[in-house]
Structure formats: C-alpha cells, structure tokens
Ligand binder design. Structure first.
Ligand SMILES: *Cc1c(COP(=O)(O)O)cnc(C)c1O
Length: 376
C-alpha cells in the first residue's frame, strides 16, 4: 500500500530542519501520486503496460497491482484521507464493497441512491445473499433505527436526482454504535466539497468516471478506506475477481485529477448561478439545489413532453446521462424506467460543466422558451 502519511505532506523531501507541512486539497491534487524525484526521472506517472513482472517483488502479476494504478490511488487516497484502490468501474468498486458483507447480511441503502447500486442490491436480495433495507437516510432518526442489526449502511449524499443531503456524521455514528460499517458514495460531492472519512464513514466509493477524471472519456472506480484490514480485504477481492482497471484509464484519470479542484469550483459557481436564475424563471416550477455542488435539478412547468422537448432543444448543453465532465449535460430523469416514482416526470437534472455561464444560460433559457412555445 502507498504510504498515505507521505502523500499528504510535502513530497519535496524537506531537510530535517524543515518539518513536513500538511498540504491543501488543491495542492494534493497536483502533487500527490508522482514518481520519485530522481535525475531524469519522469515528472508524471508512466503508463505501465505489463501483464507480469520480474519475480522477487511485491506485485508479481498484473492483476495484483500496477504502478500507474498506484499513483492514481495515492493521489485519490491523499484527497480523501485514506488508502485508495482503483477498480474497473464505479460499479466494480461498489460490488467489491458489498462483498465485504457476509452472506445473509443486512445492507441499509439510501432510497435515492445511484440506480445501478440499487439494481445490484436487488440482485443480491433476489439471490438470497443479502437483505436490503431501502431507507431515506436524509431522515436521520429513521436512519439510526434502520442501522440496528445492519452490517453496512450505504449513503449517497447529495441524493440523486433530488439533491437532498444526508447528515453523514450522525448517520455514521449511529451505524458505528449498531456495529455497521458506513460507506459513502462521494461521486457527486468529490473530496473537494465533502470528505466522509473525516466525519466518521469507514469507506468512500467513487465513480471516477465522473468528476475525478472529469472529461467523460473513461470508466473507472475507486474505494477509499482508513482501516488496513478493510483495504486488504478489498484488495483480495479485486485480485481474485479481476475487477481491475487498465493502466491507460488510470493514467488518464490521474491526468484529469490534477485539475479536480479548479473544475469542481468552476462548475459549482456555474451551478449556483444557474440555480438562482432558474428559481426566478416563469417556466420553472421548482429548483432542487442544496447550495453547493455542480448538479442542479429543476421541474419544468407543464408535462413530461415539455421537459423532454427542453432536453432536445439545447445546442450547447448535451442531452446525455452522466455527470462530472467539463461539458454541461442535461436529461429528464424519468426517461429511465428504473427511476424512482418520487421523482417528478418534469424533473430535468443538470450536470453543470465549466463553460461560460452566459453561454450556458442563453442556451438553456432559449430551450425552455422554445419547448414551452411548441405546446400552444
Ligand atoms: C456513475 C455512478 C456510479 C457508477 O459508476 P460507473 O463508473 O458508471 O460504474 C455510481 N455511483 C454514482 C453516484 C454514479 O454517478
């Protein structure tokens, strides 16, 4: 495992007279997870394409480890405050965490979690491997009751797509007292805005497909934990199942991660402005936004057809699912059959990117206007 104490402090090997200083998040995103500073050594992680390694070392074979993964993992671990392991996808990371729960175990899951996570939990329930209690964890008292007798509490905050917030510290505290592990899917918030391991969670999961890599050009997942026993169990699962990333994806993700701080803050500033302008707009019935983050949902006045027309009428915004890229995208969430019926038919989720705010607003306002006009 990479040494996180090193990753979180100045990598410049200070002389003994200069004690290591803890680095800020923006610095860690740039400085952590680099090759050693040796003359003519590369500044950046090399893409190590190797299925096997010379005998006598710690890794041995390409399914057990890869130095490009390790550099990406070192950087993510430094940002979240734990040891990270990368996986082939966010769902592979999720599956590895669920594998920590013993057969017959109980998982409490956020009712508005990622649809893939809920689908995987349902499969485990159908096969009899797990019992799943789908619970609204934004109700802190209800969450504490549900945690009794559970093995794992699966938190996602902000929730998707209504963007409600879970009190992670309180829910994780209740879970711990009940003897359950808490995992937070931190994909929407990113470690720039929320660090669950610092507020009592045991595990953090990311779809690195989204903000961590940030350019909508790869699929990758990560799990972060502080307990070395959990990390080694996850590593064992990854090694035996083979849910490993490619070194090229890990390299691209690390390249994207260098600008995480800039991207998240720029997208958040756009999202805050869009949420404020949408709230004032005649054709908007309701805005869902917790005040931070780069995802905004809103309900269009009218019906599902109007909302669909909005998503099909933009020129700059891309009509697409997913989020966390530099480009802004939007979709009507109920176009997915699996989406919760609690989500209004007219709800559009905005995955806000880093373009110019006036260009984004002009395009969205024009789409709202033309979609509404066509109705009459
Ligand atoms: C996309 C996503 C996932 C799944 O990640 P993949 O990389 O697509 O497997 C999990 N959780 C959240 C919140 C996501 O947005």
């Amino acid at each position: 495992m990479p040494d996180m104490a090193d990753a979180r402090t100045d990598p410049a090997e200070p002389p003994a007279s200069r004690p290591p200083v803890p680095l800020a998040q923006a610095t860690l995103a740039v400085a952590a997870g680099r090759p050693p500073r040796v003359p003519d050594g590369p500044l950046n992680a090399p893409i190590t394409m190797a299925s096997t390694f010379h005998a006598g070392g710690e890794v041995g074979y390409g399914r057990y480890g890869n130095e490009t993964w390790t550099m990406f993992e070192t950087a993510v671990g430094a940002l979240e405050g734990g040891s990270a392991l990368s996986f082939a996808s966010g769902m592979a990371a999720t599956a590895a965490v669920l594998d920590l729960v013993p057969p017959g175990g109980v998982v409490v899951a956020q009712s508005h979690a990622y649809l893939g996570t809920l689908a995987l939990l349902r499969r485990h329930e159908e096969t009899g491997r797990l019992t799943v209690r789908v619970t609204d964890l934004t109700d802190t008292a209800g969450a504490a009751d549900a945690a009794v007798g559970a093995d794992l509490v699966w938190v996602e905050s902000p929730t998707n797509p209504l963007l409600h917030l879970v009190d992670i510290a309180t829910v994780a505290g209740a879970a711990r007292r009940a003897g359950a592990l808490t995992v937070v899917d931190n994909t929407f918030a990113t470690p720039v805005l929320q660090r669950p391991l610092e507020t009592g969670a045991d595990l953090v999961v990311h779809s690195a497909t989204k903000f961590l890599s940030g350019h909508s050009d790869l699929i990758l997942g990560v799990v972060v934990a502080t307990d070395p026993d959990l990390v080694s169990r996850l590593h064992a699962t990854r090694s035996v199942v083979g849910s490993v990333p490619s070194s090229f994806e890990a390299w691209l993700a690390l390249r994207g991660l260098r600008t995480l701080h800039l991207r998240v803050l720029a997208a958040q500033a756009n999202a805050q402005e869009l949420a404020a302008r949408l709230a004032e707009h005649d054709l908007v019935a309701m805005v869902h936004y917790p005040g931070w983050g780069a995802t905004v949902s809103f309900e269009v006045r009218g019906d599902a057809a109007v909302a669909t027309r909005v998503t099909e009428s933009t020129r700059l915004w891309v009509h697409t699912t997913s989020l966390g890229g530099v480009e802004s995208g939007l979709e009507r969430r109920r176009r997915w059959a699996g989406e919760s019926v609690d989500v209004p038919e007219t709800l559009i989720r905005l995955a806000v990117g880093i373009e110019d705010i006036e260009d984004l607003w002009r395009d969205l306002a024009a789409a709202l206007f033309s979609a509404t006009m066509k109705r009459s």
